[in-house]
Design a protein around this ligand. Structure first.
Ligand SMILES: Nc1ncnc2c1ncn2[C@@H]1O[C@H](COP(=O)(O)OP(=O)(O)OP(=O)(O)O)[C@@H](O)[C@H]1O
Ligand SMILES: [Mg+2]
Length: 331
């Protein structure tokens, strides 16, 4: 059985628009202008148990809305959702004990309470047997290095410290599924690394299924075998990260020049390669096909520009994703 199965999922919001100014406010009293937002427009996918799947897309693509429907916080407009064989928004109480959620932008801890008091409240909310809770807490404290934080009030934690506590809070009841909506937002590279290592070990040890939303593609590279890319509420890509890279082969030749160059000079040599000129003519970026004869191109260029330095850069995942975002697909 798949851990998550979503079919033709849709979510439409109806929002009221305010007219500007005082007269507008008065008119709004009588009739409000309504606008429909189709946040999720027919999304289908299945995630097998034990998979770590990256859920990516531009701001406003519909990622958080999907995650909220999967967690049962939001009811879909249409379509079906099955998480661990359960319809999330129907069997709420039994369902929440099976999943863990971390929303990077929000906290599930109590601001004025000590961390351990928040944990202990969650133990009661999720009805975790005391012995299991203690064992879990010890394990999570060790793996997320929480010892020195447990007795601090949540409001005194730094962002990175709080996020480690949020992850522990989401895992106290040992859920088999974890939904993470931007868990690494605003964190430094060290904390990001610790969180990635924690998630990886969690998945390896307990086979936890993880759906991860992030704008940091290094999270995806480090953790996810599969990536789902959303564009304007529709799935733009669903597959292995490696396959995505293989489908967009290529490299970039980047030249730093000693004297500025012009398009006229370059056009004569670069007939087939698209290129851009930056820094007032001092930098040239040339897109090369993966099999292109780079040395020959450099030799030809050396006759028309004054080269100071050069770099050959393999197309990064970020480049590919940027191209796909700008190209779009969802019509
Ligand atoms: N409660 C709501 N009421 C009205 N519109 C909403 C609501 N929640 C989300 N939206 C709209 O739905 C669209 C998708 O929002 P969503 O938060 O799912 O995007 P996202 O992919 O998570 O973006 P981001 O990367 O910025 O977090 C946006 O246009 C947003 O304005
Ligand atoms: Mg979001």
């Amino acid at each position: 059985m798949d851990a998550i199965r979503v079919s033709d999922l849709r979510k439409t919001f109806v929002v009221h628009e305010s007219r500007p100014g005082f007269r507008g406010a008065i008119r709004d009293l009588w009739s409000r202008k309504r606008k429909t937002i189709e946040a999720v427009r027919g999304v289908s996918f299945a995630i097998p148990k034990g998979e770590i799947c990256g859920y990516i897309g531009e701001n406003g693509a519909g990622k958080s809305t999907t995650i909220k429907m999967l967690c049962g916080i939001m009811v879909p407009t249409s379509g079906t959702v099955l998480v661990d064989g359960v319809v999330p928004y129907v069997q709420r109480e039994s369902f929440v004990r099976r999943i863990g959620c971390v929303f990077g932008q929000r906290s599930q801890l109590w601001w004025d309470l000590g961390v351990v008091e928040s944990f202990s409240l969650l133990q009661k909310v999720y009805r975790v047997p005391l012995e299991d809770y203690r064992a879990r807490l010890d394990e999570l404290t060790e793996r997320l290095v929480l010892q020195s934080l447990l007795h601090l009030p949540v409001r005194k934690l730094s962002l990175g410290q709080r996020m480690r506590c949020e992850l522990a809070a989401a895992m106290l009841h040992n859920p088999s599924l974890l939904f993470l909506d931007e868990p690494t937002i605003g964190l430094d590279v060290l904390v990001k690394g610790e969180i990635r290592a924690f998630l990886k070990s969690l998945n390896a040890r307990y086979g936890t299924t993880i759906l991860l939303t992030t704008h940091d593609l290094q999270d995806i590279e480090a953790l996810c075998s599969r990536v789902l890319m959303l564009d304007a509420g529709k799935v733009l890509y669903d597959g292995a990260l490696e396959a995505l890279k293989a489908a967009h082969p290529g490299k970039e030749l980047r030249l730093r020049l000693s004297t500025p160059c012009t398009r006229d000079a370059l056009d004569a040599v670069l007939e087939h390669q698209p290129y851009t000129i930056e820094d007032g003519g001092m930098t040239v970026r040339i897109r090369m096909a993966s099999g292109a004869h780079t040395a020959a191109v450099i030799a030809q260029l050396s006759g028309v520009v004054d080269m100071r330095d050069m770099q050959l850069i393999e197309t990064s995942t970020e480049d590919i994703v940027r191209t796909m975002y700008t190209g779009g697909a969802a019509q």
